[in-house]
Write a protein that binds this ligand. Structure first.
Ligand code: F6R
Length: 615
C-alpha cells in the first residue's frame, strides 16, 4: 500500500524523506518519488523500483534542497508501476506537488472535465486530477489550504494526501478520508506520514487525523480543519514503543524476528487480562463488562486473510467454550451479502493493521444493522479501532514483515481470552476448566520460547528436502483445520509455492486426486485430539499408499505417526484450545525457510501489501 512522508523543518530534507520512506517499505510498493525545493523551484524525482534506486539516482544528480518536502512509495492501483505513474504528481505549471494514498473514485469524469478546460495529464493515475483541481482552486483563492479544501469537495473516494506549492514554500497541506495519516511534531519542525514508524527517528509526539480532517502544517505547528472549513482539535499522543522494535534486531528478516517475538507478543497480549489463579478474564482495558454482552444471541467474525483464519479458530473456541452460535465471514463476502445481523449480534472484526478496506466496510455494515462491534486490532488509533464500539488490542507491536505472524498468534490469544470470558459468563465453562486453561495459557509463552530455537534447525533442514516442490497440500481437522489454511497461506505468499489447505475429511471428495510423489502433504495430527487423531492417521495412510510424501506435525514421542510419515516434527502436548497457537509457529518457520532457500523477498513478497486499504 502506498506510503507517504512529509517534512517541514531545518533538517536536510532529502535524507529525512528517504529515511521516512525506508521505514514505510514494509507496506509494499513498486515505485517511489520525492518532491522538495531547490534554487530553481520545485524539484521532483521518481523511479520505478526500490528506495535504494531512488537514493542512488538522487545521489547521481547531486541535488540537495530544502523543505518542505514530500516522499511517496506507490503500490499501483490505477496505471502500471512506472516512473510516469509514480508520485509526486504535478499540475500543468509544475508548481504544485501532490502525494496520495487511496483511490479517487470519480477521477475519470474529473479528468475529462479538467482536460476539456485545457489541463494536460501525463500519467494514468487517479491522483493526478488532485494536482489539477488544486491548481484551479488556487487560481481563485490564492491560499493552499483553502484550495485543497475546495478541490476535495469535488472528489469522491479514499485519500490520505499531502500538497506543497512553489509560491508558498513554508507550508504543507494534508487531508485524510479513509486512508491513514499521522502528523509528527518536533521543535520548530513538523512531519506527516502514513504510519508511525516513519516518524520515530525524529519524534514520538503524534496526532492521528480523522476522516474528513484537513491539516495546515507550518514550522510553527499544525492547524486542523474539517472539510467544511471549521477548525477542529485532535489529541496529541505520545508513542511509547521503541524505535528498535520497528527494526530487525539482528535477524536476517523482519519475518523471522517477528516469529521469534511471538512468546513476548502473546505474553504482552495476556498481560493484566488473565488471572491464572482464579481463571478469570478482565477485559476492562477494552471497557468491556458483562453488560456489553447482554442479550447476545450470535457472533460474526469478519476479517480478511490471516485474520480471517483467526476468526475460524474463534468459531471452534466460542461455540465450545461459550455455547454461542458463531459465523465466520470473509469481509469481502460479508459486505456484499445481506447478513442476518441485529441487536442480538456481536460482530467481531479482526485486523492487524486496522485499516483493511473490506474489514472496515464489514464493520460499518454490521454497525448500521444494529450489531455491537468489537474490534481485535493491533494498530492503535487505526480506523477500525476508532470505529468499533469496543477494541481489544493485540499487543504484538509493529509487524513489519508483510506476512502476518505475531499478529496472528496475538489475535488467537485475544480470541482465547474472549472465549474464556464469555464461557464464564454463560456458565458453560466450569471454573475448574477455566483455571486449568488460564494456567496453561499463562505458561504457554515460556513453552514457546524454548520450543522455537529447538524446532527451527529441524525445519531449516527439512526445507532442504522440500524446497524444490511446486505443490503442497496442508491437512488439518477440527480446530487445526484453520491452522492448515494459515500454514498453506504462509507458504504460498512468501515462497510462491502453490499450497492448499484442506479439512482432511474432504480429501476423498477431490484433492486426493492430486496425490503423487511430487505433491507433499503437511499434516497436523496431535495425539491428544482423540478421535480426530485416528481420522488424521487414516488420511495420512491414504496419502502414503499413493506415494505422497507426508510431513507430519504431531505430539512428541508419537512413534506410530513418526513411522507412518516421511518426516515428523514432534511438539509438546497441549490442550485442544491452545493447539492452534502451538501448531501455527512451526508452520511459519517452515514457510520462512522454504522462501529463504528459494531466494524470495521474504519481507516484501511480490504483489502484496502490508495494509490493504483498497478493495
Ligand atoms: C497474510 C496477511 C494478510 C492479512 C490481511 C488482513 O500473511 O498478512 O492475509 O492478514 O490482508 O490484514 P489485516 O489483519 O491488517 O486486516
Amino acid at each position: 500500500m502506498c506510503g507517504i512522508i512529509g517534512y517541514l523543518g531545518e533538517r536536510p530534507v532529502r535524507s529525512v524523506l528517504l529515511e521516512g520512506l525506508r521505514r514505510l517499505e514494509y507496506r509494499g510498493y513498486d515505485s517511489a518519488g520525492v518532491a522538495f525545493f531547490t534554487e530553481n523551484g520545485l524539484f521532483v524525482h521518481r523511479v520505478k523500483g526500490k528506495i535504494l534506486d531512488l537514493d542512488e539516482s538522487l545521489a547521481r544528480i547531486e541535488v540537495s534542497g530544502r523543505a518542505p518536502g514530500l516522499g511517496h512509495t506507490r503500490w499501483a492501483t490505477h496505471g502500471e508501476p512506472s516512473e510516469r505513474n509514480a508520485h509526486p504528481h504535478l499540475d500543468c505549471r509544475a508548481e504544485i506537488a501532490v502525494v496520495h494514498n487511496g483511490i479517487i473514485e470519480n477521477y475519470q469524469s474529473l479528468r475529462r472535465e479538467l482536460a476539456s478546460r485545457g489541463h494536460r495529464f501525463v500519467s494514468e493515475t487517479d491522483t493526478e486530477v488532485l494536482a489539477h483541481l488544486v491548481e484551479e482552486a488556487l487560481a481563485e483563492s490564492g491560499d493552499l489550504a483553502e484550495a485543497v479544501r475546495r478541490a476535495l469537495q469535488r472528489v469522491k473516494g479514499a485519500y490520505a494526501l499531502a500538497v506543497i506549492w512553489r509560491k508558498d514554500p513554508e507550508r504543507i497541506v494534508c487531508a485524510r478520508e479513509q486512508s491513514p495519516l499521522v502528523l509528527g511534531l518536533g521543535e520548530a519542525e513538523v512531519f506527516l506520514a502514513s504510519d508511525v514508524p516513519a516518524l520515530l527517528p525524529w519524534t514520538r509526539r503524534v496526532i492521528f487525523l480523522e476522516d474528513g480532517d484537513l491539516g495546515e502544517l507550518s514550522r510553527q505547528g499544525v492547524r486542523l480543519f474539517r472539510l467544511d472549513g471549521s477548525p477542529v482539535r485532535r489529541p496529541l499522543q505520545e508513542i511509547t514503543w521503541d524505535a528498535s522494535q520497528a527494526e530487525k534486531g539482528g535477524f536476517p528478516h523482519f519475518m523471522l524476528k517477528e516469529i521469534y517475538e511471538q512468546p513476548e507478543a502473546i505474553r504482552d497480549t495476556l498481560r493484566g487480562r488473565l488471572d491464572p489463579e482464579s481463571g478469570r478474564v478482565d477485559l476492562s482495558d477494552a471497557a468491556l463488562s458483562p453488560e456489553f454482552f447482554e442479550g447476545l444471541r450470535k457472533i460474526f467474525f469478519v476479517a480478511c486473510g490471516t485474520s480471517y483464519h483467526a476468526g475460524l479458530v474463534g468459531k471452534y473456541l466460542l461455540e465450545a467454550l461459550a455455547g454461542i452460535p458463531v459465523e465466520v465471514d470473509l469481509a469481502s463476502e460479508f459486505r456484499y451479502r445481506d447478513p442476518l445481523v441485529d441487536e442480538g449480534t456481536l460482530a467481531v472484526v479482526i485486523s492487524q493493521s486496522g485499516e483493511t478496506a473490506d474489514t472496515l466496510a464489514g464493520l460499518r455494515l454490521a454497525r448500521d444493522k444494529g450489531a455491537r462491534v468489537l474490534g481485535i486490532v493491533n494498530v492503535l488509533g487505526s480506523t477500525i479501532a476508532r470505529e468499533a464500539h469496543r477494541v481489544i488490542y493485540t499487543h504484538a507491536g509493529p509487524e513489519i514483515g508483510v506476512a502476518s505472524t505475531k499478529a496472528f498468534t496475538s489475535q488467537l490469544t485475544v480470541i482465547l481470552l474472549l472465549a474464556l470470558y464469555l464461557g464464564g459468563l454463560s456458565g458453560r465453562l466450569s471454573p475448574e476448566r477455566a483455571r486449568l486453561l488460564a494456567r496453561e495459557l499463562v505458561e504457554f509463552p515460556g513453552l514457546l520460547q524454548k520450543l522455537i530455537p529447538k524446532v527451527h534447525p529441524l525445519l531449516k533442514e527439512l526445507s532442504e528436502h522440500y524446497f524444490r516442490q511446486e505443490n503442497f497440500l496442508y491437512l488439518g481437522r477440527n480446530i487445526l483445520f484453520p491452522v492448515a489454511l494459515e500454514g498453506a497461506l504462509k507458504l504460498k505468499e512468501i515462497s510462491y509455492i502453490h499450497a492448499e489447505g484442506y479439512a482432511a475429511g474432504e480429501m476423498k471428495h477431490g484433492p486426493i486426486a492430486l496425490i503423487e510423489e511430487s505433491v507433499p502433504t503437511v499434516a497436523l495430527a496431535p495425539r491428544e485430539s482423540g478421535v480426530v487423531y485416528e481420522k488424521m492417521v487414516s488420511n495420512i495412510e491414504e496419502v502414503r499408499s499413493r506415494r505422497g510424501p507426508v510431513l507430519a506435525f504431531g505430539t512428541q514421542g508419537d512413534e506410530h505417526l513418526a513411522g507412518l510419515s516421511t518426516d515428523f516434527v514432534g511438539l509438546p502436548p497441549v490442550s485442544w484450545e491452545i493447539s492452534p497457537l502451538l501448531y501455527t509457529v512451526p508452520l511459519q518457520l517452515f514457510a520462512y525457510e522454504m522462501a529463504v532457500r528459494r531466494g524470495c523477498d521474504v519481507d516484501q513478497p511480490r504483489n502484496l501489501a502490508k495494509s490493504v486499504t483498497v478493495e
